[in-house]
Design a binder for this molecule. Structure first.
Ligand SMILES: NC(=O)c1ccc[n+]([C@@H]2O[C@H](COP(=O)([O-])OP(=O)(O)OC[C@H]3O[C@@H](n4cnc5c(N)ncnc54)[C@H](O)[C@@H]3O)[C@@H](O)[C@H]2O)c1
Length: 276
């Protein structure tokens, strides 16, 4: 069981589900979020084992203050969930601005570096180990899971997770990432849930919609003693989305349903095709 956890981006979505699970298991949580209204509402919902600090996770002073606030309130930090993130820059690569690219990395990657740095300092000082769980994405494992900057940022989170897992193992601090697929939060549906459902049904093999609690369960397991031999891993929770990739055939799927045969590539041998 996680005793005291810090959750960035805990004002809603996946972060709130993580915070709620920590509290429901008897732990305490401090949420750091840029959105003050969301953060305060979350704490009201979770009760007196939860605290909120307005923090911009891209700023070192804010992240440091967040860890300090957790120690002041609950005495220690056992688990750090670096979860806050945004979709960031989007649109054709030929139109991307340096500013939008950098902002995407500041919020999605620098935040994880800072959260890890300051949580690890505290955990090392406590001397009793700890767990760090970073929210990455299937976008960090494949193309097509998000815009270029987001995809690159989440891939960076996975690489950083592995490097810090190696470095912090001697302190008994485990570092893992969870890679969600399509999860039903405002980040995903942007107020248009029905439209999101339509494309999800086509792409995701598993019939149930991805919910924040499904990711929280995996993230909290990674932080728990049950995962005591798991470190440096990036666990995918995506309803089979990654297993179903590459989706190169999607485009031709209807077409391919009407024929069968064998293709011999560039061997010089003709393909054998039979219409159905
Ligand atoms: N929803 C999905 O389908 C999905 C899929 C893969 C990965 N993720 C990742 O999961 C994480 C949580 O996303 P979510 O879907 O719950 O989104 P969400 O928008 O519901 O929650 C994210 C929270 O992070 C906060 N936040 C954003 N920038 C911040 C900053 N600079 N400082 C502090 N707080 C900040 C927001 O205010 C918000 O409360 C993100 O890292 C996201 O990239 C989400």
């Amino acid at each position: 069981m996680t005793q005291v956890a810090v959750v960035t981006g805990g004002g809603g979505g996946i972060g709130l589900a993580i915070a709620a699970r920590v509290v429901s298991e008897g732990g305490a949580v401090v949420i750091g979020d840029l959105n003050e209204a969301r953060g305060r509402e979350a704490v009201e919902q979770l009760g007196d084992r939860a605290g909120f600090v307005r923090a911009d996770v891209a700023l070192e002073s804010d992240v440091e203050a967040l860890i300090t606030a957790a120690v002041d309130r609950f005495g220690q930090v056992d688990a750090m969930f670096n979860n806050a993130g945004v979709g960031g820059a989007f649109g054709p690569i030929t139109e991307q601005t340096v500013e939008a690219w950098d902002a995407t990395f500041e919020i999605n990657v620098r935040s994880v570096f800072l959260g890890t740095k300051h949580a690890a300092r505290q955990m090392i000082a406590q001397g009793s180990g700890g767990a760090i769980v970073n929210t990455a994405s299937v976008a960090g494992l494949s193309g097509g899971g998000g815009p270029q900057a987001y995809s690159a940022a989440k891939a960076a989170v996975i690489g950083f997770t592995k490097a810090t897992a190696v470095e912090l193992a001697e302190h008994r601090i485990r570092v893992n990432a969870v890679c969600p697929g399509a999860v039903y939060t405002e980040l995903l549906h942007r107020g248009r849930p029905e439209q999101t459902d339509a494309w999800r049904v086509q792409l995701q093999p598993w019939p149930d919609r991805g919910e924040p609690e499904m990711i929280a369960d995996v993230a909290c397991w990674l932080a728990s003693d049950e995962a005591r031999f798991v470190t440096g891993d990036a666990v995918v929770a995506d309803g089979g989305l990654m297993a179903a990739t590459p989706r190169l055939l999607d485009h031709d799927l209807q077409h391919l349903k009407r024929m069968t045969g064998i293709a011999y590539g560039n061997t010089g041998r003709d393909a054998e095709v039979r219409r159905l």
